[in-house]
Design a protein around this ligand. Structure first.
Ligand SMILES: [Fe+2]
Length: 164
């Protein structure tokens, strides 16, 4: 018993339905979007057979959609990268499913191994690259769905349609 609190729950909490949050069909918070990504990452049978590796262009597949959000599966052969880009009004969760990716921002560079997650807010700018010698797979949740992906270069901004 926690002697620091006067609050105690007597009886079966599951019998008091009005005190419980109803289970949500779709994620609605940052933690729930990150949790959705982790649950998909753990369910390899759901995505592993879909992955293709394309050395000539970036491969991507929309795995799931829900109210206001999209989930994309991407592959990266060694040397492939996104270029420096933003995500418009979307926030997102990047999760590495297989292999290793490198994320570069103006703040520096970080290595993202399988299982690593990065949560970002609208306005976040980064570059994702497979600097390793093995292919990599990543999962990207966007809320709201990605409608623009401005590319950032030293002199200008352009628009890209590939989710990253
Ligand atoms: Fe991105």
């Amino acid at each position: 018993m926690n002697s620091d609190s006067d609050l105690q729950i007597a009886g079966d909490i599951l019998a008091v339905q009005h005190l419980l949050q109803p289970a949500r069909e779709h994620p609605a918070t940052v933690a729930e979007f990150a949790g959705l990504a982790r649950s998909i990452a753990a369910d390899r049978a759901r995505w592993e057979h879909l992955v293709e590796y394309d050395a000539t262009s970036r491969w991507y597949h929309r795995l799931q959609t829900g109210p206001g959000y999209e989930v994309w599966l991407l592959s990266w052969v060694p040397g492939q990268g996104s270029g420096l880009h933003g995500h418009g009004a979307s926030s997102g969760v990047l999760t590495v499913l297989d292999g290793e990716l490198t994320e570069r921002t103006e703040g520096g560079e970080r290595s993202l191994a399988a299982g690593a997650q990065r949560v970002f807010a609208p306005g976040y700018v980064h570059e994702v690259v497979n600097d390793s010698l093995e292919p990599a797979v990543s999962l990207h949740v966007y809320y709201p769905g990605l409608t623009e992906m401005p590319m950032h270069t030293s002199a200008r901004c352009t628009q890209e349609s590939v989710p990253v």
